[in-house]
Write a protein that binds this ligand. Structure first.
Ligand SMILES: Nc1nc2c(ncn2[C@@H]2O[C@H](COP(=O)(O)OP(=O)(O)OP(=O)(O)O)[C@@H](O)[C@H]2O)c(=O)[nH]1
Ligand SMILES: [Mg+2]
Length: 1046
């Protein structure tokens, strides 16, 4: 009877296009009726029953076999108790409005295997507030039903086997943990669901998905993802970084490369199963073996396996590798078919003759957003890759390792070129840290975006980068790469390249001509004074720079993967040029390789992979012997990017960093152009862990971002993500990292906040610091000033004070940089000037200047960095008498303070071998730089009481131009005696001891008659030596810029 009635209703309804389902009569074990399966509280099975059920108050689940009015009415009687409702397989074209209304306690709803379309859901669906699971599989949906957005408690959703083209709106279901979208028509998915932070299982096989976008990194809870049978060509690194990932099925796609990425050792986790079978991989993604128990790369196009990865595998870990169905040549297919153990054995046995060749470092430089990271990714992955924003990998410096593929010779791998690529983020803030890492023994790729190139932008986009590079290194090997060629019309490409080439040639010629002019000017002097001779020497040194620049600009598109064959070839050609890189491709002794592996493992095992040089030396020599080879070996590790050891840089040479990527990650934490956005209190609770409240955090962040003042506690919070929190020695780890940054890299110096001050004023008072050092409790108030972040202006009281003593006796030194002053050099000097030996008490530090007083003499010092009208930059050391009343401090005393500072600055400039600097003493009368660096060669001037200023014609007391000579014969004898005892003596303070002090600071190089000694030697004069050297300079005068290959 019910059925007849129902059919009638269906007919009427269909006219109104409201279609109710029609069911064949049910014939179960109890006859044609009942029509539901009922489950009771604590019952284990569904019982076929007729509704209404006698156990209404205990009914928790129902499987309906029809949706007649009668049944619905009966269901509505059970709203209080009903938890689960199954409406699957009823051919429903609509969800009955009255059925779902008021089911406010319902937890699970199964609407699978019906005929539901996009408009089949009534508004009453929103009443199902308690719903945690809904099945909509096997229906006819083309989009995510809007009414489901309101089901905020939903944990599981199955919409597989529909016709979904979009899941817009699904991101509102913030609590979803399981999402099943298999077999639909989706072309993208990750962007739409990227804020589902609790998602654990994502199934979307058999769709048309082309890309898993970077937003996948937000799905931090993801454990299991199935993207098989789609149209993927790339798997991005972010996917493998997901901290909880256990299962990945990406089989049956068109994936041709797996990106390379850095697995941070302490963040590494093991993935149980990675299935990348049935794809187009040609290169063995060996790095995945370092993080997966089971790797299936069967049925791809892999020909060769690399020993480089296999040798790193831990034989203790149980791992499986499926290589079946690949056209393997090496090791032979028969070996590979027998699994990982057999592959490892094969390599071990044949390794006897497997030589290791030295690789090369590639440094990628260029303006901000010019396409460097995209270029690197495309080069490494050998396919089109675009980086959309600066991500964690590419901020500061990103490190990538790759090798150019093996050529097979007689069925065996031939030499392979190992590349270590350092991708320098182009944001100006990183200019200084990048300088530290920009070295000669590498190929530099300089990129410019040809789509935005204009002639008038040449200097900004290309020229200034050459100046930047030349300032640091006087030997360059550069590949000039034009990116974004896909956005430039074909006919424009040549025009742009020709323009860049000719402008570059002009730019370099201009530099050369400027130097030659300077040389000619000096030569016109009838008498070349020792000072001029020094200057001449430095110009000659600059002319000896050697630039190898590829004039055929390499045109690339990372969007279309174009030009990379040319780029690869160029890198190969340069690397194999023995004249340019004598060490590259040499065979590395087995002993070195053993040390390399040992160091790599040690670096991974250490929470802070940094060793003092002596610790490193003792450990390596103790284990491997061969002390005499240690320097060469460590240089090799440094040149190939395995460790960082600046063997020639004061301060830095005392440290060996066993894992360069670790150091860059640390720099990324403390030194960010986007600190405003990336420093977030709630992120990982790091700041909370170190005991900083939200309010304190806000204040400290503001201090840091606006003033460059970094609180010690804040510093700790920043560093925490890079440290091993499971290690109990967290305190000593922090100490070690801070020491590395502050002492070796000199990123800043210590200042102390005055307790009663407001948070924006800081004491730069060293006396206060001493107090603080003694008082352990106040340690938490310690702060550091990071000069290159400080953008404040000169305090008005400092300006006034300085003005008020403007007529006092003083000495002003100018370092002029006619062409280029590397960013950060001045700031670094400010940090160095805080060394105790200079005896200075700093009162203010602003953008481009510091103001200090001497602790013992009544002298003030202001150091400034100024931009001149002629585009040169000047660093000024300005000293003034500050005695109350008459001037008291003699010029000699001023020099006593000044010379060590200048020596320090000279030693800093020595790290910039290509820098062009001219030194002057300002005329005290006309305040113009008219005396050319007399203090560097003082004897001649010392012999004169006065000297004429070339610019104003006034007589100037030579005591204001050089350190006055006060020695008589007895003094000399005394000085010799003192010299013998100098290491036992306290810091030098008297005028007489100055020269001695200088000679202590100066490196040994003065003894050598080496023309390549960088400019600015503070040389107590040895006249015979200088005469000799002047001759040699003049005899090399014919040397020209012809060495430069442009
Ligand atoms: N069309 C097109 N876009 C590109 C190409 N190379 C890079 N891009 C885009 O240019 C922008 C900058 O690219 P990145 O690779 O991040 O540039 P970068 O030089 O590494 O930038 P910084 O590290 O911030 O200095 C991104 O939006 C890229 O998607 C290219 O060859 N063609
Ligand atoms: Mg980048």
């Amino acid at each position: 009877m019910t059925h007849v009635k129902h059919r009638k209703k269906h007919k009427i309804a269909s006219k109104q296009i409201v279609v109710e389902p029609c069911l064949e009569p049910y014939h179960g074990p109890y006859g044609a009726h009942p029509l539901t399966h009922v489950g009771y509280l604590e019952g284990r099975h569904l019982h076929p029953r007729r509704l209404p059920t006698p156990n209404g108050q205990r009914t928790v689940s129902l499987r309906l076999l029809d949706t007649s009015k009668e049944t619905i009415d009966n269901v509505q009687q059970l709203t209080e108790t009903l938890r689960r409702l199954q409406l699957g397989g009823l051919k429903l074209q609509k969800v009955p409005e009255t059925l779902v209304a008021r089911l406010s306690n319902l937890k699970k709803l199964d609407l699978g295997e019906n005929e539901l379309g996009d408009s089949s859901f009534p508004e009453t669906m929103t009443d199902l507030e308690a719903l945690i699971e809904i099945r909509l599989n096997d229906n006819k949906l083309t989009r995510f039903p809007a009414c489901l957005k309101k089901l905020k408690n939903l944990l599981r959703l199955d919409m597989s086997n529909n016709r979904l083209e979009s899941v817009v709106g699904l991101d509102k279901l913030r609590k979803v943990q399981v999402l099943v979208l298999d077999n639909n028509k989706l072309t993208s998915i990750i962007k739409e669901i990227s804020n589902l932070k609790r998602l654990e299982i994502l199934r979307c096989s058999d769709n048309n998905i082309k890309e898993l976008t970077q937003e996948i990194r937000n799905l931090q809870a993801l454990v299991d993802i199935d993207v098989s049978n789609n149209k993927l060509t790339v798997l991005n690194a972010e996917l493998f970084m997901l901290p909880k990932l256990e299962f990945l099925n990406a089989s049956h796609n068109n994936i041709s490369k797996i990106p390379s990425f850095n697995i941070k050792p302490h963040q590494k986790h093991w993935i149980s199963c990675l299935d990348i079978s049935e794809n187009n991989l040609t290169k063995f993604p060996g790095h995945l073996m370092l993080m997966s128990h089971q790797l299936d790369v069967s049925s791809n196009k892999i020909k060769v396996l690399s020993w480089n990865v296999i040798k790193k595998l831990d034989t203790e870990v149980d791992q499986e590798l499926d290589l079946g169905g690949n056209p393997l040549i090496y090791p032979p297919a028969a070996v590979c078919e027998n699994g990982l153990r057999s592959v490892t054995q094969f390599f071990q046995e044949s390794q006897v003759d497997a030589k290791v060749y030295q690789g090369i470092k590639i440094l990628v430089l260029g303006s901000h957003r010019s396409g460097k990271s995209s270029l690197v990714h495309s080069l490494v992955d050998q396919q089109a890759r675009l980086v959309r924003e600066i991500d964690e990998e590419s901020a500061v410096i990103g490190v990538y390792e790759t090798s150019f593929d093996y050529d097979l010779v007689d069925g065996r791998p031939n030499k392979s070129l190992q590349l270590c690529v350092w991708d320098f983020c182009g944001h100006p803030l990183y200019s200084y840290p990048h300088y530290v890492f920009f070295e000669q023994s590498a190929i530099t790729i300089l990129t410019f975006n040809m789509a935005t190139y204009k002639e008038e932008l040449f200097y900004e986009m290309v020229g200034s980068w050459f100046d930047w590079m030349i300032a640091k290194n006087n030997k360059l090997v550069v590949l000039l790469v034009a990116t974004h060629s896909d956005l430039v019309p074909q006919e424009q490409i040549k025009v742009i390249c020709d323009s860049v080439c000719s402008q570059l040639t002009q730019h370099m010629e201009k530099g050369k001509k400027m130097i030659e002019q300077k040389i000619r000017k000096i030569e016109q002097h009838s008498y070349i004074s020792p000072t001029l001779s020094e200057q001449l020497k430095s110009y000659m040194f600059l002319l000896r720079s050697k630039f190898t620049v590829q004039t055929n600009i390499i045109i690339t598109s990372s969007a279309k993967y174009k030009g990379f064959d040319v780029l690869t070839k160029a890198i190969e050609t340069l690397s194999n040029d023995v004249k340019l890189f004598p060490n590259v491709m040499r065979v590395i002794p087995t002993f070195w390789v053993q040390v390399e592996t040992y160091i790599e493992e040690k670096g991974i095992a250490m929470a802070v992979p940094v060793m003092k040089w002596h610790e490193y030396r003792d450990e390596v020599v103790g284990k491997f012997g061969m002390k005499h080879l240690l320097n060469d070996l460590t240089e090799y590790l440094h040149e190939t990017g395995k460790v960082i050891w600046f063997s020639k840089v004061q301060g830095l040479k005392d440290y060996v960093i066993l894992r360069p990527a670790w150091l860059f990650d640390v720099l990324k934490l403390v030194y960010r152009h986007d600190a405003e956005d990336t420093l977030i209190y709630t992120q990982d609770d790091n700041f909370k862990t170190v005991g900083i409240s939200q309010v304190k955090f806000d204040r400290m962040k503001r201090d840091y971002v606006t003033e460059g003042i970094l609180d010690r506690e804040f510093f700790k919070g920043m560093l925490l993500p890079q440290l091993s929190t499971t290690n109990i020695n967290l305190g000593s780890q922090i100490e070690k990292v801070m020491n590395l940054l502050l002492e070796a890299f000199q990123v800043g110096y210590q200042v102390t906040k005055r307790p009663k001050d407001t948070f924006i004023t800081f004491s730069l008072d060293q006396d206060k610091l001493e107090e603080d050092r003694e008082n352990e409790k106040s340690k938490k108030y310690v702060q550091y000033l990071i000069p290159w972040i400080r953008k404040t202006s000169e305090p008005s009281d400092m300006i006034e004070k300085w003005e008020s003593i403007s007529t006092r006796r003083g000495v002003v030194i100018r370092y002029v940089f006619p062409r280029y002053l590397p960013l950060g050099v001045f700031e670094l000097m400010c940090t160095r000037a805080h060394g105790e030996q200079f005896n200075l008490k700093f009162l203010a530090h602003w953008y481009g200047g510091v103001h200090a007083v001497h602790r013992q003499q009544t002298i003030r010092l202001v150091m400034r960095c100024l931009q001149e009208e002629d585009d040169s930059t000047v660093i000024k050391f300005d000293l003034r008498d500050d005695t109350e009343g008459e001037d008291e401090v003699p010029a000699a005393t001023m020099w006593t303070l000044l010379l060590p500072l200048l020596t320090e600055f000279d030693s800093l400039l020595k790290n910039f071998t290509g820098i062009w600097v001219e030194k002057f003493v300002e005329c005290p009368q006309c305040h113009k730089p008219s005396f050319p660096g007399e203090w560097t060669t003082p004897k001649e001037t010392q012999a004169l009481p006065t000297k004429l200023c070339d610019l104003c014609g006034e007589k100037v007391d030579t005591a204001l131009l050089v350190q006055p000579k006060t020695k008589n014969k007895d003094d000399v004898l005394l000085s010799i005696r003192n010299k013998k005892a100098r290491y036992r003596r306290p810091a030098v303070t008297t005028d007489m001891q100055v020269e001695e002090n200088i000679s202590k600071i100066r490196p040994k190089s003065r003894k050598s008659n080496d023309i390549s000694t960088p400019v600015g030697e503070l040389d107590p004069v040895d006249v015979s030596f200088r005469r000799k050297s002047r001759k040699s300079i003049i005899s090399t005068r014919g040397y020209s810029f012809s060495d430069k290959e442009i």
